[in-house]
Design a protein around this ligand. Sequence first.
Ligand code: DPP
Ligand code: ZN
Length: 844
Amino acid sequence: PQTIFLKDYTPPAYLVDSVHLTFRLSPEHTRVISRIAFRPNPDAQSKDFFLHGENLRLFWAKIDGQEVEPEQSLEGLTCAVPDAPFTWEAEVEISPISNTALEGLYISGGMYCTQCEAEGFRKITYYPDRPDVMATFTVRIESDLPVLLSNGNPVAEGEGFAEWHDPWPKPAYLFALVAGDLINHPDRFTTKSGKEVELNIYVRPGDEDKCAFGMEALKKSMKWDEDVYGREYDLDIFNIVAVDDFNMGAMENKGLNVFNSSCVLASPETSTDANFERIEAIIAHEYFHNWTGNRITCRDWFQLCLKEGLTVYRDSQFTSDMRSAPVKRIEDVIALRGRQFREDNGPLAHPVRPASFVEINNFYTATVYEKGAELIGMLKTLVGDADYAKALDLYFDRHDGDAATIEDWLKVFEDTTGRDLSQFKRWYEQAGTPRLSVSEAYEDGTYTLTFKQDTPPTPGQDQKDPRVIPIAVGLLNPNGDEVVPTTILEMTEAEQSFRFEGLAAKPVPSILRDFSAPVILQREVSDSERAFLLAHDTDPFNKWEAGRALARSGLIAMIRDGAAPDTGYLDALQAVVRDDTLDPAFRALAMGLPSQDDLAQTLVDLGETPDPKAIWQAVEVLKQEMAQHMQDLLPRIYAQYQVDDAYRPDADQSGARALANAALALISRMDGGVQAQAQYDAADNMTQQLAALGCLIAAGKGDAAVQAFYQQWKHDRLVIDKWFSLQIMQADPDRAVDTARALTGHPDFAMKNPNRFRATLGALAGHPAGFHHASGAGYALLTDWLLKLDPVNPQTTARMCSAFETWKRYDRARQAMILAQLDRILAQQGLSRDTTEMVTRIRN
Ligand code: DPP
Ligand code: ZN
C-alpha cells in the first residue's frame, strides 16, 4: 500500500462548478448517471485529468457530448480533455446490496443510504474525490420507495422520483442520499433572521416514538450556535436519518445528516441517561459541522482536525451550557486519558495533524478529535474569551466557502491578536503527551513554582521541542482558603519558574485547574495534601482530580506492595459522598475509580510489568472496602437520591440517579443483590434497569434477570446491544472470554452490524483482565473475529485492532501471544489496506 504525505499536496488540476447526478435505484444494479462541469484550475501544476472511481462498472463516458474511451485502473480513470471548460458525462452501475463495507451507497435494514467521508464517493461515480474540489450538486433519485432524500432543498418530486438541489458548494464527502420506507418526525425552527426551516427525523417504522429527544436537541443546537457563535442555518430544510448499520457515530452531510441509530434514537424505557447525554452531544456536533466543516471545509485529509477538533470543542461547550460544565469537563478528561493518552503513549501515536497516512479512515482517532479539541481550548485560554470570539468571526468571514488548513486557522488568531503562534503550532505537528514536572520553593513570602516539560519520543519523532503550555494555577492557604485565584501561567520554555509574592505562609498549590492543558502532571504529592485539596479546592476539576489521585496511589500500593486499602482515602471519599451541598453527579464521579487500563499504565510508568488479574483483584478489594466503610451512609444516599418525578434525562435527574446507582453498586456487595433485584423489578426506565442488572450480574445473581431482560427486549436492537456488552463487561476475568465466545454464537449476534460487533468484541477488548487473560484466549478470540470481519468491513475491523496497541506494557508471554496473533492477521490473504496499516503500525 502507498503512503500519502502532507508535503506532497498539490492543487487539483481541474475544478468543478456543478454536478448533476441521476440515481436509478436497484439493490443489485443501481445506475448512476453523472454530468459534471469541469474547468482547468489556473493554480494547478499539472493538466492531467484523473477521476477517482472504485468498483464501478462504466457503460459510457462523454466529453462535451462526444463519447470517449478513458483509461481505467483500480483507483480510477484518466482521459484526454480540452484545455478549456468542458462537460463530463458518464453512466456507471453499482451494487448497493453487496456493499458490506458500509462506505459509498449501501442498503441497511431495507433502506438505501450513503457514507462518503472520507473517500466513499468514488464508490458511487467517477469524480475528483478530494475535499478541495467543491461544487453545487443537483440530484435526481428514481425509485418507487416513498421517501427519497438528498442534500440541499427539494426542487421537484413526482411519481417515482425526487430532485434535490444544494446551492452551497461542497466537497463530495458531504454528499448523501437516502431512500426508504421511512417515518418522519417533523418540526420547525425559525432562525434569528426569521427564516423558517423544516426539520425532520426519518426512522424505520417502529422507531417513531424515539425521535422527540433528538429533535429537541437539534433545536437547542440551532439556537445555541446562533447565540454563541452567531451562526445561522442556511437551507430551507434539515433532515436527519437513523441507520442501523453504520461505521461511525454520525455524519454531517449537508442538510442530510445520517446517524447511527444508536446516536439518535432515544426513549426513557430503552436509553440510559448516558445515552441521552451522548445523543444530545452528537446531534449538536453534526449540526455544528454545518459551519465548521461544511461552509468551511478541509483542504486535504491531513487537516481533519481543523473541522473535528473545533467541532468537538464546540459540542463540549454546548453540553457544558446545557448541563454542568464541571461534570462535562471531568467526563471529557476521563475519556481523553482513557483513549487519547493511551494512543499517544503507544505505537499508534500520531500528531493531531498527521504528516502521512496509508488509509485516512484509520485517522478518525481520539488524537485528531479529542486532543484536537483540547488544542482549541488551550488557544482560547491563551488569547482570552474576547479575542477567541473575534478570531472565530474573522475565521467565518475570511474562509466561508474555502477548503482551509491549520495554517489558515492559526493565521486568523495571529491577525486578531498579534501573537506569534509558531510555537503553539507544535501541538499540531508533534505527537506525544508532554510530561510536566513541578517543584516548589517558599521563602520570605515568595512562593516559586518551577515546571519542566518533556515529551517522550513517538514513532518517527525522536526529538520534541518545548510547547506553549497554559497552566492554570490557584493557591490555597493552610486553612484551605483560596489566597491566589486561578491564574494562567504561560509556559514556553523547557524549564520555567513562576513567582507569587506576598504570601503569609507556604501555600498549597492547585495546578492545572480545569485540566488547562493535555499533559501528564508529574508531581510528588503527599496523600495528606491530596486529601486537603479534595476537601478544599475551589476548582471542581482539581477537587475531583485529588480524589482520583488518592484512589490511584492507594490502589498502586495494594497492587505493588500488597498494602491494605488506604483508610485515609476512604475517609476523604466518605466526606465527599456525604456532603449534600455537592452536586450529586460530581459525587458519583468521585466514587468512580481509575480504570484498570489507567492503573496498568501507571505501573508501567513506575517501571513495573502490570498483571491485569492482580489489578482487577485490587479494584475488587477496594470496592468491597468502600462498601464496608460507608455501609451506614450508602443506604441513606440511595434512598435520598431516588427520583420520584416523571423521568427526565436532564442533568439534575441523571446526576441523582448516577449517585444512587453508584451507592447501589456498593450496597450490592453487602446485601448480595437484594436491593438491586428490587430496583430491577420496579424499574420503569433503562438507566435504573440496566444499573440493577449490572449489579445482579456482578453479584453472581444475574441469571434470571439476564433471561428476563432478553425476553423483554429482544425486539429492540439497541437494547440488545447493551445486553450483549453488559454480560461481558461484568463477567469474572476467568469467564469473560467464554461469555464473549458464547455470545458470538447467539442467534442475535450479527458480525455485519458494527454496533453488535462492537457490543461483543469491543466489550471484551474493554475488559482488561478478561482480554489479557494469561491463557491468551482473549487475543485468539478477537483475532478470529477480526479475520472474519476484515473482508466484509475493513473500517470497523481496523478500528478494533487498537485493542492490541498496549502490547508492549505486558510480560514476555503475553507479548509473544499478541505478536503471534498480529502475525496471523498480517498473514491473511487479501487483508484490507485499513487493517494492514493498523497492524503494521502496532507491531513496530
Ligand atoms: N462522522 C464523523 C464526525 O462527525 C466524521 N465527520 O465526526
Ligand atoms: Zn465531526
